[in-house]
Design a protein around this ligand. Structure first.
Ligand SMILES: Nc1ncnc2c1ncn2[C@@H]1O[C@H](COP(=O)(O)OP(=O)(O)O)[C@@H](O)[C@H]1O
Ligand SMILES: [Mg+2]
Length: 252
């Protein structure tokens, strides 16, 4: 009896949590605290940024995370993307307990299953749009001809085909973000994580970026988790989760 129990536990550990059909991400009892040195007292102090967050993201849906500046949105997104480890709690990706998997697996998750889009684009300034977009593909396999075709096709969809030979410094903000979206989608990730992707854009280019992003997400059957504090941007998503002081305030 005893041994049986042990085996059962082991299997559970290896495979993680059983997933419900259609579930991509499952976050359970997540906590994150940051440590900082207090300059006055010289003591280490902790601030709790994420407090007991649990949520589920289904395949192919777009979820918007809203909340005031400083409430923990970026921290949560970084944890979902495996860029930052939580202090406690779990993130399951298709039932796999990400932060209990091996480092190599986590690197692979970040590289192949997740596409990141940042507020400040994070394009490499000394590379053209074409090279910025092709880079993730080169890291994966290096078939140059197929990669060039893929970049051109994606640029066409994002309406920046005429900008492929330009450097980021020669583009408008909206064009930069469209190039960054193209780069994020190059490896065909299942999950797109976008942190205030329209935060640096004017209303008109922000709307175009959102329409292209959510359009591609639906067309290519991706899952999108997007952070914003703009209600209008949130309306482009299937549902919204509001965070307040590190906790979920409301779900709709
Ligand atoms: N690396 C860090 N070290 C210490 N504190 C941090 C760090 N990153 C973020 N914080 C703090 O955590 C809180 C939440 O930050 P963040 O997740 O960036 O919020 P949001 O994206 O909602 O504005 C803020 O008070 C911020 O100052
Ligand atoms: Mg933020």
């Amino acid at each position: 009896m005893k041994t049986e129990k042990k085996t059962e536990k082991k299997t559970e550990k290896k495979t993680g949590r059983a997933t419900a059909p259609g579930e991509l991400l499952c976050v359970r009892d997540l906590y994150k605290r940051y440590a900082a040195e207090n300059n006055r007292t010289m003591k280490r102090e902790y601030s709790e940024v994420i407090r007991e967050i649990s949520l589920t993201v289904r395949e192919n849906e777009s979820v918007c995370i809203m909340g005031r500046s400083g409430c923990g949105k970026t921290t949560l997104l970084k944890i979902l993307g495996g860029l930052l480890a939580p202090t406690a709690g779990s993130v399951y990706y298709k039932g796999e307990d990400l932060f209990r998997s091996r480092r190599k697996r986590m690197e692979e998750y970040r590289r192949t299953q997740v596409g990141f889009v940042f507020q400040d684009y994070k394009l490499l300034e000394h590379l053209t749009v074409r090279d910025n977009m092709i880079l993730p593909l080169m890291l994966e396999h290096g078939d140059v001809e197929a990669s060039v075709r893929k970049v051109e096709e994606m640029a066409d969809r994002l309406q920046i085909a005429g900008r492929l030979a330009y450097y980021p410094g020669e583009l408008s903000g909206g064009e930069k973000q469209r190039a960054a979206i193209g780069r994020a989608l190059m490896n065909d990730p299942e999950l797109i994580l976008a942190d205030e992707p329209t935060g640096n854009l004017d209303e008109a280019s922000g709307r175009i970026v959102m329409e292209l992003l959510t359009g591609l997400q639906k067309e290519l059957h991706k899952t999108l988790v997007l952070v914003t504090h703009d209600r209008e941007i949130a309306d482009h998503c299937d549902r919204t989760i509001t965070i307040r002081h590190g906790r979920i305030d409301s779900l709709d």
